[in-house]
Design a protein around this ligand. Structure first.
Ligand SMILES: [Zn+2]
Ligand SMILES: [Zn+2]
Length: 340
C-alpha cells in the first residue's frame, strides 16, 4: 500500500474499498512513459524505447506490416492519382482482411477457443450475450458490426483521400534520400503525437452531448475484447482517425502515413484484448492488452490518454491501478456530482 492511502472517511464520504474483482493485474502502479520525466532519466528512456521498438512488440510488428503494405499491398501512386473504383476496393478489402485477421484472430484464440484460459486475463466475466445495451443484443456481434461497417470504411476513406493527395502533390511528400534522420524520427514521433491527439479528442468525446450521441457506443463495453477497440460511432471513428491527417501538413512518406493509420486501427484491437500478454507457449509471450485503458472502460473518469504522454497525471485523472488511486477517483467523482 502506498503512503498516500486515503482515509475512508475523508470528506465524510463513505468509500467502498472492497476488492475490485480483477482476475489479473500487471505490476502496480502502472508505469507511464519516462519520456517526460523531470529531471530526465535517460536510461529509463532507452529501455522504454527499445521495449516498444526493438523487441518484438505490437509497434515493431506494425512497422513491419506498414513496410510490407507499402511494397506489396498498396496500389502505386501513379494509379491512385485518379479516384477509381478498382484501387479503392483493393484498399478497402486489404483493410477489411487486416482487421478480421487481427481482431478476429485474437478473439478466436482468446475467447472462442480460450487457448490460454484465463491466464493473464484482466477480467474473466463473459462478454455479454444477451443485453439490450448492444446492437443484436450481443456484445461481440455489436462490436464486429461497428468495427467492420463503420471503422474499416472510415479508415479506408482517410487513406484513400491522403494517398490521392500524395499522388497529386496536395499532401507534402518526403523521400528517404531527402532527410534519412528525419525519416526515422517521424516513426518515433508518431506515438507521441498520437497520444496527444487521442487525449484531446477523448476529452472532447466525454463532453456530455457528444458522449450521448457518439462515445457512449464505445462505452457500452465495460468489459472489453479485441473487437471492442474499434467499435465506435462513425463520428468517433472520424475524430479518432483524424490523427493521421497531421500528414496533410507535415512532409512525410506514404509509409509513415500507412504506419500511423494501421497503428490507430489495429492497435485498438490489441489494446482492448483484455489480456496482458498473448501466450503462444510458456516461453513465448507478447505484450498485448492495455490495463491503463481497461481501467477507463470500468471507471470512466480516469485515464483518458495513453501511457506515452502523462496527460492524465498532469490533469489529475491518472489511475495507476492502486487502491489509493481508486479512492482518489471516487472522491473526485463525488465532488463533481455534488457541484452539479
Ligand atoms: Zn471514453
Ligand atoms: Zn476503449
Amino acid at each position: 500500500m502506498t503512503s498516500n492511502k486515503i482515509n475512508p472517511t475523508q470528506d465524510g464520504i463513505k468509500l467502498d474499498i472492497s476488492k475490485r474483482g480483477w482476475n489479473h493485474t500487471p505490476d502496480k502502479p502502472i508505469q507511464l512513459s519516462p519520456l517526460f520525466d523531470w529531471p530526465p532519466t535517460p536510461l529509463k528512456v532507452i529501455r522504454w524505447v527499445s521495449k516498444s521498438w526493438i523487441n518484438i512488440s505490437i509497434r515493431s510488428a506494425m512497422l513491419g506490416l506498414s513496410i510490407i503494405t507499402w511494397f506489396f499491398l498498396q496500389p502505386e501512386l501513379t494509379r491512385v492519382a485518379t479516384i477509381k473504383f478498382d484501387w479503392v476496393a483493393e484498399m478497402y478489402l486489404r483493410n477489411l482482411a487486416l482487421m478480421i485477421f487481427v481482431a478476429g484472430g485474437l478473439h478466436l484464440w482468446l475467447y472462442r477457443y480460450r487457448k490460454q484460459g484465463s491466464e493473464l486475463q484482466f477480467d474473466t466475466r463473459d462478454l455479454s450475450k444477451s443485453s439490450g445495451r448492444f446492437t443484436f443484443r450481443n456484445q461481440v456481434y455489436d462490436n464486429m458490426f461497428w468495427t467492420l461497417a463503420s471503422g474499416v470504411t472510415v479508415w479506408t476513406a482517410v487513406e484513400v483521400i491522403t494517398l490521392w493527395g500524395y499522388a497529386n502533390g496536395y499532401v507534402p511528400y518526403l523521400s528517404w534520400n531527402e532527410n534519412p534522420v528525419w525519416f526515422i524520427l517521424l516513426f518515433l514521433l508518431q506515438p507521441i503525437w498520437g497520444s496527444f491527439h487521442f487525449y484531446v479528442i477523448h476529452r472532447i468525446l466525454h463532453w456530455p452531448p457528444l458522449y450521448r450521441i457518439a462515445h457512449s457506443l464505445h462505452h457500452r463495453n465495460i468489459n472489453i475484447g479485441p473487437w471492442s477497440g474499434m467499435s465506435m460511432h462513425p463520428i468517433e471513428h472520424l475524430l479518432y482517425l483524424s490523427s493521421g491527417m497531421v500528414h496533410w501538413f507535415i512532409a512525410s512518406h506514404p509509409v509513415h502515413f500507412l504506419f500511423h493509420m494501421q497503428i490507430k486501427a489495429l492497435e485498438a484491437s490489441t489494446s482492448h484484448a483484455g489480456y496482458q500478454q498473448l501466450t503462444i507457449t510458456n516461453n513465448t509471450k507478447y505484450d498485448l492488452g492495455d490495463f491503463f485503458h481497461q481501467l477507463h472502460h470500468r471507471y470512466f473518469e480516469c485515464n483518458y490518454g495513453t501511457l506515452e504522454m502523462p496527460w492524465d497525471r498532469w490533469f489529475g485523472t491518472f489511475h495507476s491501478g492502486t487502491e489509493a488511486d481508486g479512492e482518489q477517483m471516487k472522491i473526485r467523482k463525488q465532488r463533481m456530482q455534488a457541484k452539479q
